[in-house]
Design a protein around this ligand. Structure first.
Ligand code: ATP
Ligand code: MG
Length: 288
């Protein structure tokens, strides 16, 4: 039998008070070790889904499971959930509240009742993973937006979650900031952290994710990112466009420059490398 999903929603429905159902009969799984991108139109329920997965909201019907066991919403059950799954909300100002970055990042580990030395080790580790060790003593309200985003993520990382859920983490970051964040996430994944990210950026999803979940009014469809992000019908319903890399791969295949199961380019650098390889191959043929 295959391993149960690390965290999953089974037939989950949810409506905000006095509102219509945002999510109905939803099945959604996060498997250990995956990089999963969650995409969909504004208002389709990505944030709601993430809050259900991290226990901030409770499904009206259906259930949330952790390693196959239903989550109980008592103190013990929620502690088990929060030490496994951490959510970083989209707006860092909704997450940061302590006077300084160091204090903010230490809040979660302190709350777990960990000894001071362990708290310090976790805070140092999280600050350095996010490249903000130099900001430890800085008042949170004096940080730039990108710095606040990194500080908010550091707070979640300090909990050493097995699943890190990020709601639009790259929105508002400059290109270099986005690259550095992706490198940080690669580092965390290298240490075994499972990462789920909501994003509207199809190019980023194609490049970063191994699985993509497209949320539409008909429900959620999950599969390999390269497959899901080439499904023009689903993309249209999810309010998304074709990723640049998928369009380039189609063109390259039509020109016979990409054959068989060869993967298409996901970045401009990969496209350049592909073009160099093809030019070299045709030079070799010309020399024959
Ligand atoms: N606190 C709330 N109370 C009532 N309705 C809410 C609340 N939060 C969200 N909603 C509604 O639930 C639906 C889903 O919202 P949600 O924030 O999950 O969407 P989203 O996919 O994250 O959108 P976006 O891409 O804009 O972030 C929307 O119709 C929204 O208006
Ligand atoms: Mg949202």
């Amino acid at each position: 039998m295959s391993e149960p999903a690390l965290v999953a929603l089974r037939s989950a429905s949810f409506a905000y008070e006095d509102g219509p159902f945002v999510l109905g009969g939803l099945d959604f799984e996060v498997r250990e070790g995956r990089a999963l991108a969650l995409l969909g139109r504004n208002g389709t329920g990505k944030t709601t889904l993430m809050r259900l997965l991290s226990g901030g909201l409770r499904p009206d019907t259906g259930e949330l499971t952790l390693e196959g066991r239903p989550v109980t919403y008592d103190r013990k059950g929620l502690t088990r959930l929060r030490t496994t799954v951490q959510l970083v909300v989209q707006d860092p100002d909704d997450q940061l509240f302590a006077a300084s970055v160091g204090q903010d990042v230490s809040f979660g580990p302190l709350n777990l009742g960990l000894p001071d030395t362990e708290v310090r080790a976790r805070v140092d580790e999280a600050l350095s993973a996010l490249d903000i060790g130099h900001l430890a003593d800085r008042p949170t309200h004096l940080l730039s937006y990108g710095q606040r985003k990194r500080a908010a993520i550091a707070g979640a990382v300090a909990m050493r979650p097995r699943v890190l859920i990020l709601d639009e983490p790259t929105a508002g970051l400059d290109p270099d900031g986005q690259e550095r964040l992706l490198a940080t996430l690669d580092g965390l994944r290298g240490n075994g952290t499972t990462v789920v990210m909501a994003t509207h950026d199809v190019d980023l999803a194609l490049r970063w994710a191994d699985e993509a979940a497209l949320l539409t009014p008909d429900g959620v469809r999950t599969g390999p990112a390269v497959t899901m992000l080439a499904r023009t019908d689903l993309l249209r319903r999810a309010g998304l466009r074709l990723p640049w890399g998928v369009a380039a791969a189609e063109l390259l295949r039509a020109q016979g420059l990409l054959t068989g199961s060869a993967a298409g380019p996901r970045t401009p650098e990969e496209l350049s490398a592909l073009a160099r390889d093809r030019a070299a191959a045709s030079r070799i043929r010309a020399d024959d």
